[in-house]
Ligand binder design. Structure first.
Ligand code: SAM
Length: 190
């Protein structure tokens, strides 16, 4: 298949925006796969700030980073991503170059704990304030569960009305696949 699948596409977007020495945000740590990916991109001199509301996610991400020798590059916050503005140090404002949201529930975890549109939107608004020009926010939207449908609709409504002078917004989605496969919204700050 020549068309790039959704998850590799998300990673390629991040790779295009984040490099050695940069600041990045993982807004939904989960099991820490994206955190480790970002930590490798920012290198020894960069920093990743990560958020999750579940202690299991903090523990699992911490373990993964430790195993990979990446702990020093990452600051983990056991709190919601709607606290980005009050958590990322002020000296990093204007320097954040990439952020990832993997929405929905923690794979293998409690499926009743899911991301919600109001806090996701608050986090995107805060990121747009503190990101550098041309920085990217990548949202992977999972809409196979009930709350995911609501989050998808409210998020799409929100991003569609973002001022095109302030941000480019892209939707990347296979539209003929069964079982509600995830899709991407990417936002580039102008
Ligand atoms: N990227 C992760 C990985 O590599 O394993 C998967 C993330 S999982 C799909 C979604 C995560 O979002 C869950 O761990 C959940 O606890 C977390 N979450 C839910 N609401 C949140 C919030 N307001 N702020 C930060 N994380 C939240």
């Amino acid at each position: 298949m020549k068309l790039e699948r959704v998850l590799p596409f998300a990673r390629n977007l991040l790779e295009s925006a984040v490099g050695p020495g940069d600041i990045a945000v993982d807004a939904t740590l989960g099991n820490g796969h994206d955190t480790a990916f970002l930590a490798k991109l920012v290198g020894e001199t960069g920093r990743v700030y990560g958020f999750d509301i579940q202690s299991d996610a903090i523990a699992s991400t911490g373990f993964r980073l430790d195993e990979l020798g990446l702990t020093e590059r990452v600051v983990l916050f056991h709190k919601g991503h709607e606290n980005i503005l009050s958590s990322v140090p002020k000296e990093q404002f204007g320097k954040v170059r990439g952020a990832i949201f993997n929405l929905g529930y923690l794979p293998g975890g409690d499926k009743s704990i899911v991301t919600k549109s109001n806090t996701t939107i608050a986090a995107v608004e805060q990121l747009l304030e503190i990101m550098a020009p041309e920085a990217l926010i990548v949202l992977v939207i999972y809409h196979g569960h009930e709350e995911g449908v609501q989050e998808r609709d409210e998020l799409l409504q929100f991003v569609k009305q973002l001022d095109q002078k302030k941000a480019h917004v892209l939707q990347y989605q296979f539209i003929n696949q069964v079982n509600h496969p995830p899709f991407i919204i990417a936002i580039e700050k102008r």
